[in-house]
Design a protein around this ligand. Structure first.
Ligand code: NAP
Length: 284
């Protein structure tokens, strides 16, 4: 039986660590503050924003929400980012994506000060991750690394396969595994004979966005399997990219969906916001 990697427990311990450190820096007069910008009324984005606000309150951060109408102009949005960049009480700025279609996401991401970019999407932070000299890591891949550490997964010298090459998950994920000395292969929709590659994996990370895509015959016996996917199955039930029922018996450790990678993302956002407050106040 595989070890079930308990994302809820690991997330709670990261948030407890952040809360403890927050209490300490508050004694020095510094309160981390997160500004969350949401444009339009996408219901999924609304849920994410509410969860982020709740997490901020739990760890003792100030949080501010800027709910902008769907028709907000690029100039108005950039002016808000600029104002937040200069606010001393705001340590981190997050713009909930996707933005309404008429807005230029790239320009908004690049307008956020790299020192307040707690999503780590700014090109300057992406470049820092590449060279291994970073302030923040993107929340989801950073959460996966916490889960691998919790599961005592040995990465050094191991075959690590990442399915997916998105800028927010697959690419940074592969870089973090490389920094930990994994031998990393990144797969995507043009990869030939995917199963042949994934069967080599000691550590397999699936970030594909297709329900139950990774089947039992794609897994090496004893692999550690991390499922980043958040999809709906044919009955509307939340499910991952991994066919858990088929894969779990072959894996040595595996994340469930829900309760695996999902809860880590917000925990790592809290960690990044704390780090931002420390850097901006010379406490790092
Ligand atoms: P994405 O931008 O759509 O990227 C999906 C990747 O999968 C792409 O690189 C794509 O290849 C690859 N792919 C698609 N079909 C494939 C196939 N048949 N064989 C091999 N590779 C294939 O998705 P994402 O933003 O990275 O998210 C991936 C999943 O993680 C989604 O389910 C998302 O909801 C979830 N997610 C969860 C969290 C969390 O907090 N747990 C956070 C972010 C994302 P190409 O590049 O060639 O198109």
């Amino acid at each position: 039986m595989a070890l079930i990697i308990d994302g809820k427990a690991v997330s709670a311990s990261v948030r407890a660590r952040v809360a403890k450190e927050t209490a300490l820096i508050k004694e020095k007069g510094v309160t981390p503050g997160l500004a969350v910008i949401i444009a339009g009324d996408d219901p999924a984005s609304r849920v994410y924003v509410n969860n982020k606000k709740k997490a901020c309150a739990e760890v003792g951060f100030l949080s501010e929400e800027y709910a902008l109408p769907a028709e907000v102009t690029q100039e108005e949005l950039l002016a808000l980012v600029e104002e937040l960049n200069h606010r001393k009480d705001i340590s981190g700025i997050l713009c909930q994506l996707p933005l309404p279609k008429h807005l230029d996401e790239k320009a908004v991401i690049e307008a956020i000060s790299p020192l307040k970019d707690v999503d780590a999407f700014h090109p300057s932070n992406v470049g820092r991750i590449m060279i291994g000299d970073y302030h923040f890591l993107p929340c989801t891949p950073a959460g996966v690394m916490e889960l691998l550490a919790w599961a005592n997964a040995d990465i050094s010298g191991k075959e690590c396969v990442v399915i997916g090459r998105s800028n927010i998950v697959g690419k940074p994920m592969s870089m973090l595994l490389l920094h930990k000395h994994g031998t990393v292969t990144v797969c995507h929709s043009r990869t030939k004979d995917l199963g042949e590659v994934t069967r080599r994996a000691d550590i397999l990370v699936a970030a594909v966005g297709i329900p139950k895509f990774v089947k039992g015959d794609m897994i090496k016996e004893g692999a550690v399997v991390i499922d980043v996917g958040m999809n709906r199955d044919e009955n509307g039930k939340l499910c991952g990219d991994v066919d858990f029922a088929q894969v779990e018996p072959k894996a040595s450790a595996i994340t469930p969906v829900p309760g695996g990678v999902g809860p880590m993302t917000i925990a790592m956002l809290m960690q990044n916001t704390l780090m931002a407050a420390k850097i901006q106040n010379g406490l790092d």
